[in-house]
Design a protein around this ligand. Structure first.
Ligand code: ADP
Ligand code: ZN
Length: 811
């Protein structure tokens, strides 16, 4: 491990006499057969005053000789799936710069192609084989802190990816490539004390330029000329006459945004908040790992608690990290943090490389103390973290759906553990995983059961579509919902409508022969988009021209059915021609900033009806919304995923929470075919506790998370047979390992294998997919079996497999 500029060498005298003297005069006593750590100054040769063989690190010349050279090695990991570090020799000229957490270039593979890797260890243990030399050390400072080295190592072990893949995933491209940083030649004023005794005299212009330069210390030639209002001549003369020197500097083009000075309204905590805060405050004061689950209904003042916690942490000279779902990173949210906490680094997926790199560097150098960001912000390189907060901790978007398939919330908890600090997970509808942890005492449960200022939760009414539905199949609004909209708008209120399905018609079929329009590449139904005049696959984006005749039976009876947001918009525009209607879904919100423009317009009252997918459901706070309508609550309820009920409950509870936030109250209408379904009935009563109780019983009965851990393996190939054969082969490997498992861990929790079977969506993007699941009460046992079997699996060239630990996507 590197320590300042020296590197600790471990020296062991095998059969020798002491002491060993270094050329710089230091000496130390080494006992035979005992390791002694010495600080090694890079690039020095050491005198060893012995007639000894030194086992590692130092090489002696012939017997009685006095010279030894320490060989330095670096272990490097690469962005490849193999979880192994490769040992390279460090050439002398890189001894001073090679360090853990920096990137290096090194020859790799049979062709010795130069690729970039991360240095994870620096040491003196010679490898058994001849080591290749690293070629370049790319970074001046380590990109990855010690805590993040440990976090990524844990991540690789837990999610079964390589350490290299984890490291390359955490460091944003902007920080890696130094985007936004440019090399520039600057002029630097020479200190007066260093000027030659008889320095040549200066003209008036040159004197003026020098005065500016001295004030600034250093700046670019052009900049100085502009400031001194002169041409380049007088500026260059300063160098020629010895008053300034030219040097190379890195200039950061990134200018951080600081909160404006608008007055902030400080609120006094209410009784519930005070009770919560009295538990959190000592945890921040004392430090140490502790996890809090803050369960507070929508509008109960959770964010106020976060702000207090951040302010308190800052006062103690520490830093704060806040994770929010990507969609919740609105300027409104960010302003709220900036207004109270000063400069805030914001990390999300729409940042350009320069901006991301700029924030990354400001965080790493300790210039900014508060980081707010989406999933990957869990890797923010803060050096002095005092608290982590995860808002809307139940959100599935914290789970990454590509390698490394990590869960941002779970990594945040692990990071808090590694850094030994408190963490707050907040939600109105906690995930059952976190709820379970709170129930068994792993997390401390804190509750805010009421909205602030005695505002009631909105009244929710269910509309049974079986009896009280719209007049025809082609309509979406029941008479009751339509009437409620008219009433709300008539009183000057605003309306939000949720329909979690985009496009115009969602089901294109032939009633004569049963044909359904499906994607050419996927086993998924195509959706008709009227604006684009095309059938679109929502998974692979394949587009086809809409057919008029059924391609199978040639009857002209093809039907376009099912209601998407595009069709809903048409209906609303025709029924509410006096109101401005805006649709918000991923089709209309493609341009950068469009999301924000719509939210601003809605806030300012320029839009009366905002309708769209779940995009509108999350975290928004508009006091004038007096009606929320859910067009079809059953979308998403009947998909083959054990979390379908939980997600539906969360979505409905969240969208219902969008109203009644102002003085004028609020009302919610939910249209459904299954009003008795617990997800719907209990969301209608804002009853998380009852929902959690019921759903936990179901999970326990089926040994689903949070009671058991799940690992999902997906095998895919463009050749159906190849995918099936490999899936069978892997599964039999697992069955074999499981039959021995009990012998090795007698009494240990059983690992169960389910499958293999075709995935719910069998063909996706032209790949045939099989999956199977491993289930076990212990994550450790699950990992053990997975490692054992996958280590020896021979994967055919035309097959790929993925391992998903704690999977969220079950399609
Ligand atoms: P949540 O995060 O639970 O949705 P917020 O913290 O955003 O709740 O609070 C909802 C609204 O109530 C915000 O406008 C906030 O400023 C306000 N608020 C929060 N706590 C208090 C309080 N103690 N007194 C008055 N207003 C409060
Ligand atoms: Zn497709």
């Amino acid at each position: 491990m590197s320590k300042g500029r020296g590197i600790a060498a471990s020296v062991r005298v095998v059969n020798g006499i002491r002491p060993i003297t270094f050329i710089d005069g230091r000496s130390f006593a080494a006992e035979t057969n005992k390791s002694t750590d010495v600080e090694r100054i890079p690039g020095r040769t050491y005198n060893v005053d012995v007639n000894a063989t030194l086992e590692t690190g130092l090489e002696t010349s012939s017997a009685g000789a006095t010279k030894a050279v320490a060989r330095l090695f670096a272990d490097i990991v690469f962005d490849r799936p193999m979880d192994q570090a490769y040992t390279y020799a460090v050439p002398d000229e890189l001894h001073a710069t090679a360090a853990i957490g920096k990137r290096v270039e090194a020859p790799f593979g049979r062709g010795d192609q130069t690729i970039v890797g991360f240095c994870v260890r620096v040491h003196h243990d010679p490898p058994t084989r001849d080591a290749k030399f690293i070629e370049v050390v790319l970074d001046d400072e380590p990109l990855v802190t010690d805590a993040l080295m440990r976090l990524t190592r844990w991540m690789a072990d837990y999610y079964l990816c390589s350490w290299g893949q984890a490291l390359f995933a955490v460091v944003p491209a902007g920080a890696r490539e130094k985007a936004g940083v440019r090399e520039a030649v600057v002029l630097e004023a020479i200190l007066e004390a260093e000027l030659p005794p008889a320095a040549p005299s200066l003209t008036a212009k040159q004197t003026a330029a020098l005065a500016h330069l001295r004030r600034a210390g250093a700046m670019e030639l052009r900049q100085l000329a502009r400031l001194a209002q002169c041409g380049p001549g007088p500026v260059s003369a300063l160098v020629e006459k010895g008053y300034a020197r030219r040097t190379q500097r890195q200039i950061d083009r990134f200018a951080p945004v600081v909160g404006d000075d608008s007055p902030i309204t400080l609120v006094e905590l209410n009784d519930d908040q005070r009770r919560v805060w009295s538990t959190i405050e000592p945890a921040i004061a004392n430090g140490g790992f502790r996890a809090f689950l803050l369960h507070g209904v929508t509008g109960s003042g959770k964010t106020e608690i976060y702000l207090q916690a951040i302010e308190d942490t800052l006062r103690r000279g520490k830093e704060a990290l806040v994770l929010v779902p990507e969609i919740g990173l609105t300027p409104q949210t960010i302003e709220r943090f900036r207004g109270r906490c000063g400069e805030v680094a914001v990390l999300h997926s729409h940042l350009g490389d320069a901006e991301r790199g700029g924030y990354w560097r400001r965080i790493a150098s300790g210039q900014v103390h508060v980081v707010v960001g989406a999933r990957s912000a869990v890797f923010a390189p803060t050096r002095n973290l005092g608290i982590i907060i995860v808002d809307e901790e139940h959100e599935s978007s914290f789970k990454q759906d590509a390698t490394p398939r990590y869960h941002g919330r779970d990594l945040a908890v692990m990071r808090a553990r590694l850094e030994n600090i408190p963490i707050i997970l907040g939600s109105a509808t906690p995930s059952l995983e976190s709820w379970h942890n709170a129930q068994r005492g792993q997390y401390t449960l804190l509750t805010l059961p009421r909205r602030v200022l005695d505002r009631p939760l909105p009244l929710v009414e269910l509309v049974d579509l079986r009896h009280d539905g719209p007049p025809t199949r082609h309509h979406a609004l029941s008479p009751k919902l339509e009437h409620a909209m008219k009433e709300a708008l008539g009183r000057g209120g605003q309306v939000m409508l949720l329909l979690n399905r985009r496009g115009y018609s969602t089901h294109i079929h032939c009633p004569a022969c049963g044909y359904v329009a499906t994607c050419r590449n996927c086993d998924l139904a195509m959706t008709y988009h009227r604006q684009r005049a095309a059938l679109v696959c929502h998974y692979c984006a394949y587009e086809a021209a809409p057919e008029e005749r059924c391609p199978v039976c040639q009857q002209v009876t093809i039907r376009f059915q099912g209601m998407g947001t595009e069709k809903l918009q048409a209906e609303i525009e025709s029924k509410f021609s006096g109101s401005v209607v805006q649709r918000m879904d991923s089709d209309t919100m493609q341009r950068p900033g469009s999301h924000q423009r719509v939210l601003d317009a809605f806030r300012e009252g320029r839009i009366q009806i905002l309708m769209g997918t779940q995009m509108i459901a999350k975290g928004l706070d508009f006091p004038n919304v007096t009606l929320v309508g859910v067009v079809n609550a059953d979308v998403g309820l009947h998909i083959p995923d054990f979390r379908a009920a939980e997600r539906t409950f969360q979505l409905l509870a969240q969208v219902a929470g969008r109203t009644g936030r102002g003085a004028s109250g609020g009302r919610v209408l939910i249209q459904t075919y299954t009003p008795e379904h617990p997800s719907i009935a209990l969301a209608g009563r804002h009853d998380f506790l009852a929902f959690a109780k019921q759903e936990m019983a179901f999970r326990r009965q089926h040994a689903y998370p949070p009671f058991e851990r799940l690992a999902r393996l997906i095998v895919r190939s463009q050749k159906l047979e190849a995918a099936r054969d490999f899936a069978d082969h892997l599964a039999s490997g697992f069955r074999q390992a499981l039959s021995h498992h009990g012998d090795r861990r007698p009494g240990g929790p059983a690992v169960k294998l389910l499958g293999p079977a075709e995935c719910a969506v069998f063909r996706l993007n032209n790949y045939f997919r099989f999956h199977f699941q491993l289930q076990c009460a212990s994550a450790g046992a699950l990992h053990e079996v997975l490692r054992e079997v996958l280590a020896t699996a021979r994967v055919p060239g035309n097959v790929e497999y993925q391992v998903d630990i704690d999977p969220h996507n079950m399609l």
